[in-house]
Design a protein around this ligand. Structure first.
Ligand SMILES: *Cc1c(COP(=O)(O)O)cnc(C)c1O
Length: 409
């Protein structure tokens, strides 16, 4: 039986201590030992996030007329995003609760556009590269849309195969910038050409890349065009709570025009509670997620983001080179903050388990079995320590494999 609600309250100091005790088993992300789930831009940014969140924690983004402050902050954040992603004149967007919300709502817009503007009837489908995020599958499960996942070429979306999979009932095609499993930017330019040629809705999922790729390019990185600069891109998702280093619960979804965004917005009045207009999946929208995003973006500015992302690049380059020196093969040519690397002669999932013994918590990629890292600025400081432990873990796992072989030979 779960514990019931305590009959009497407990003082805050006691509760705070108890929470700290609950947290002793959590990963030590502040020390840089976690390369998944948390984007750690350091204590200064964390302080801005928390204080700005607290200032508007009680306010509700559902009521822009009551809270013009939030409306203004949201509009400014949307403007920052659109300017980074080459939004054309008339482009529009909103803050959502996260990437899944952004993707779901972009798909709703694309679906309603197909039904109302193009007169598509009957069952619908979307065409995705195999590496696209499961948020699309979830959205399709909710909206009863068929998902056509198409095989990759060199870990990237294969535009020809996607063209073959698309038909008159395709409401959206997707490219990722980058995809999550490999950290690689799909050939968005070719997908844009396909979208224009066949009048398809191309969504670019820049959830994890939208707030790092523009700055890596400014820093001289080799980042291909992936955004609204390409004419076939109709919508984009970009998460503030990832490489935007904002507080969790904040993403952006963008549309090439206000007219396209209209298909997303839910406007309802057929009940006794009056008219309710909600742009995103949420009703109540936490004011703190909006105010924290506004504060962090203004705190960092272009210069701050470039400096933070230069450290991410440094960490990625160091780890990629170090892993290759240990016999691993980096999958594709990652240019941003994610990378995956593999060795055919040892079980990389076992290496991942071994690294956990030394406090490292990262992800894994399964095709092929690889270690997967999502790097933050803090990792530039611990890259050498990680590589030393990676060498130890690979040796330990390789040793086990060699022993097993000896036993059977
Ligand atoms: C994280 C991510 C998502 C989903 O975002 P959430 O904020 O976790 O809902 C979608 N696509 C990509 C590529 C991602 O990395």
């Amino acid at each position: 039986m779960p514990d019931p609600l305590p009959p009497r309250g407990t003082d805050w100091a006691t509760l705070k201590a108890r929470m700290a005790d609950y947290a002793t088993g959590d990963v030590r992300w502040r020390e840089g030992k976690t390369a998944v789930y948390v984007f750690n831009a350091g204590p200064e940014v964390e302080q801005v996030q928390k204080e700005a969140y607290a200032l508007f924690q009680s306010e509700n983004g559902l009521g822009p007329a009551a809270f013009p402050s939030l409306k203004r902050m949201e509009a400014e954040v949307v403007g920052f995003g659109l300017s980074l992603l080459h939004g054309p004149e008339g482009a529009a967007g909103v803050i959502t609760s996260g990437g899944t919300d952004s993707i779901t709502m972009a798909l709703k817009a694309a679906r309603d556009f197909a039904r109302k503007e193009k007169g598509v009837e009957g069952p619908l489908n979307i065409v995705l590269p195999r590496s696209a995020h499961p948020a699309f599958d979830k959205a399709c499960a909710v909206m009863e849309i068929e998902v056509r996942r198409v095989g990759l070429r060199d870990y990237l979306a294969d535009p020809e195969a996607m063209a073959a999979a698309a038909d008159a009932a395709t409401v959206m095609i997707v490219g990722s910038a980058p995809n999550f499993p490999y950290g690689l930017i799909d050939p968005i330019e070719a997908l844009s050409e396909l979208a224009v040629a066949r009048d398809l809705w191309l969504h670019v999922d820049a959830c994890v890349g939208g707030y790092i790729a523009p700055f890596v390019r400014m820093n001289g990185g080799d980042v291909p065009t992936f955004d609204f600069a390409l004419p076939g891109v109709r919508s984009m998702s970009a998460d503030l709570h990832k490489y935007g280093y904002c507080a969790k619960g904040a993403s952006t979804v963008f549309f090439r025009s206000e007219a396209l965004m209209k298909f997303m917005i839910f406007d309802f009045k057929d009940w006794p509670g009056g008219r309710m207009v909600t742009p995103t999946l949420a009703g109540t929208r936490p004011g703190g997620a909006i105010s924290a995003a506004w504060a962090v973006m203004n705190f960092l500015g272009v210069e701050g983001y470039r400096a933070k992302h230069a450290l991410v690049t440094e960490a990625r380059e160091k780890i990629a080179a170090g892993a290759e020196a240990l016999g691993f093969r980096v999958l594709g040519r990652p240019q941003l903050g994610l990378l995956a690397f593999s060795r055919d002669d040892i079980d990389c999932v076992a290496v991942w388990g071994k690294l956990r013994e030394r406090g490292w918590f990262s992800g894994v990629t399964t095709e092929p079995k690889s270690l997967h890292l999502m790097l933050s600025p803090v990792h530039a400081q611990v890259a050498d320590q990680y590589l030393a432990d990676l060498a130890w873990a690979a040796e330990a796992v390789g040793g086990v494999a060699a022993k097993a072989e000896a036993r059977y030979s």
